[in-house]
Design a protein around this ligand. Structure first.
Ligand code: FRU
Length: 579
């Protein structure tokens, strides 16, 4: 476990939820209000098992598989001391769940304490207060995360599910992680929801896949989830099978059995046939799916009367650009009197060298097709993928996965791969997709570091590197803003004859032009948070997300403008942690 200072280690020891300390100073985990202990374990040798022991007499024991991780669940008494013994097992994730107020409290994660080897509770505000985690961007407790799934608002809480590998910081067989929030800003972690299929768990050397991406639709009777189950024999992605499944929930904690609703893809569609997003358009239920037909990326459209039986119609839209393996994670929405679709271009490089960009299409809904009038890049930084939107309270809000497409991730013990963008509110203006962080994000603003106008700014050591900057220009101005520096490595935002773009130096994405499609720059909102940079231009006319791994925990903001007198307002503010 890595903490920022020695004081923090001391604090961690103090905050462990202890009921009694046994004589001799043995610290045991106390279940508090929780009733279940969930452990993901893989046996190192046959017979490797997990024992949960309370007192001398009460012992629960479960065997873990050697071939793959087993998800073990132990019922536990509330307010009772236990010890977790992991005999010859690797434990990758472990938490207490099953309390009545779990939507408020979240699960209680347990981590192995280095000296004693015991599993003990760690508070999330302590865990996240680390230079290897973002302060105000959602990231899993640890290990790999990709696409946001099943985003919705349900009975007083926002829910976010996500593609999750609980066992490491690389993509692997997929589970669904789950988190909830009352305000879309502060999140609690909830129990894992979906696991890979039995075939995969039984024979991981033969198959890969799991519970792939999907969405949720909220009805009067509860929430309905749609997702892809992917099964792929190793080494032959042409033989992959992707089917669409559904399940329901009335409380977001218990889920019905899964049911296969689309077994076969349409005849002409490629074997990439996934990521169902279910939407209501004009009072009818539609599902969009990502695929390809004859080498062209398509978004396929299905319709349904009862949300269970789905009828294939045709492609909602076809992208003519070459070099796209398929659309992934499509979305379709009615917005500001127009219709918009968004989809991620799998395996595609654009003219600037950017990999796997997402594109939006805006137009009209005619004969159940999207007649696009305009289109544009969803995020010019290209570290934002698989965005998903939902509607609540009159707002169309989306979240994207902050993806590492240039192999820049630095693996640290107990670290997380992947985080989520700030929730962004979407609008269509002049046939362009606008997006800005939802207004609640401003509540995180803390101490002001700079407020002024008409001059260049040099903040070279911003402690914690979690801040936001807002700059307004009276006229288009050439500038460069240094946003991160780590020895020879740099990330900056530049505006000159070549336009507005993110420039990186000394890292793997160096040389790629992360250019924003805007004619001039009148205003910027820049959010820096550990390894994440999010830039919003001209009140949301363009958004750019870029990763920059910095070994220092301090950040910088150094703005040099050719005509500083054009800066009519500038403000740099620390941001609070959401944990
Ligand atoms: C996009 C994606 C989806 C798929 C999921 C698998 O990042 O490839 O198409 O459902 O991730 O994790």
């Amino acid at each position: 476990m890595e903490y920022r200072s020695i004081n923090k280690i001391y604090y961690y020891m103090e905050t462990v939820s202890l009921k009694k300390k046994k004589k001799g100073g043995v610290i045991r985990l106390n279940t508090g209000q929780y009733t279940c202990l969930e452990v993901f374990a893989k046996a190192k040798t046959k017979g490797g098992n997990i024992r949960v022991v309370s007192g001398k007499t009460h012992v629960m024991e479960k065997e873990a598989r050697t071939s793959y991780y087993t998800w073990l669940k132990f019922p536990v008494e509330q307010d009772t001391e236990y010890e977790l013994e992991c005999g010859c097992c690797d434990v990758t994730l472990c938490y207490l769940s099953g309390n009545d107020k779990i939507l408020e409290t979240g699960v209680q994660y347990l981590e192995k304490e280095k000296q004693s080897g015991r599993y003990l509770p760690v508070k999330k505000e302590i865990h996240y207060n680390s230079s290897i985690r973002e302060a105000y961007h959602f990231a899993p407790w640890k290990n790999w995360m990709n696409d946001p799934n099943g985003l919705c608002y349900f009975q007083g809480y926002y829910h976010m599910f996500y593609q999750f590998n609980p066992h490491g910081q690389k993509w692997s067989n997929m589970y669904w992680g789950h988190a909830a929030s009352k305000d879309l800003i502060h999140w609690v972690h909830l129990p894992v929801v979906l696991a890979p299929q039995e075939e995969i768990l039984e024979e991981p050397e033969k198959f890969s896949g799991g519970a792939f991406s999907g969405s949720a639709a909220v009805t009067r009777d509860g929430a309905v989830f749609y997702f892809t189950r992917h099964l792929e024999p190793h080494g032959d992605c042409m033989k992959q099978v992707e089917q669409q499944w559904m399940m329901k929930s009335r409380d977001m904690l218990h889920f019905t059995e899964e049911k296969c609703i689309i077994r076969k893809r349409p005849e002409r569609a490629s074997s990439d046939f996934r990521d169902p997003k279910v939407v209501k358009i004009g009072g009818r239920w539609y599902m969009v799916l990502g695929s390809a037909i004859e080498g062209k990326g398509v978004i396929l459209l299905y319709e349904s009367e009862d949300m269970e039986h789905w009828n294939y119609l045709h492609p909602l839209l076809t992208e003519e650009t070459e070099g796209i393996r398929c659309f992934e994670c499509p979305d379709f929405m009615e917005l500001d009197g127009k219709y918009a679709a968004v989809g991620a271009w799998m395996r595609h490089y654009d003219d600037c060298g950017r990999f796997q960009m997402s594109r939006y299409y805006i137009g009209n809904w005619k004969e159940q097709k999207l007649e696009a009038e305009s289109s544009g890049w969803f995020d010019f930084g290209s570290n934002c993928y698989a965005m998903q939107s939902f509607e609540h309270g009159g707002r169309r809000i989306c979240i994207g996965w902050i993806s590492d497409f240039y192999g820049e991730h630095v693996e640290k013990e107990n670290g997380a791969y992947g985080s989520m963008t700030l929730p962004r509110q979407l609008h269509i203006r002049n046939n362009k997709l606008y997006m800005k962080p939802i207004e609640e994000v401003a509540l995180l603003k803390g101490k002001s570091l700079y407020r002024g106008r008409g001059e260049n700014i040099a903040l070279r050591a911003i402690e914690g590197n979690a801040y936001m900057a807002e700059i307004h220009f009276s006229a288009d101005t050439f500038f460069s803003i240094l946003l991160g520096k780590d020895g020879e490595k740099e990330i900056s935002l530049c505006n000159d004859e070549s336009g507005l773009r993110i420039v990186t130096k000394g890292v793997k994405s160096q040389g790629i032009c992360f250019r924003a499609d805007v004619e001039k720059v009148t205003g910027l909102e820049i959010y820096m948070d550990g390894r994440v940079t999010e830039i919003y231009v001209n009140e949301g006319e363009a958004a750019g997300t870029k990763l920059f791994y910095n070994s220092s925990k301090d950040g910088c903001f150094v703005l040099q403008a050719e005509n500083p007198e054009n800066i009519v307002r500038a403000e740099v503010t620390l941001m609070d942690s959401i944990w």
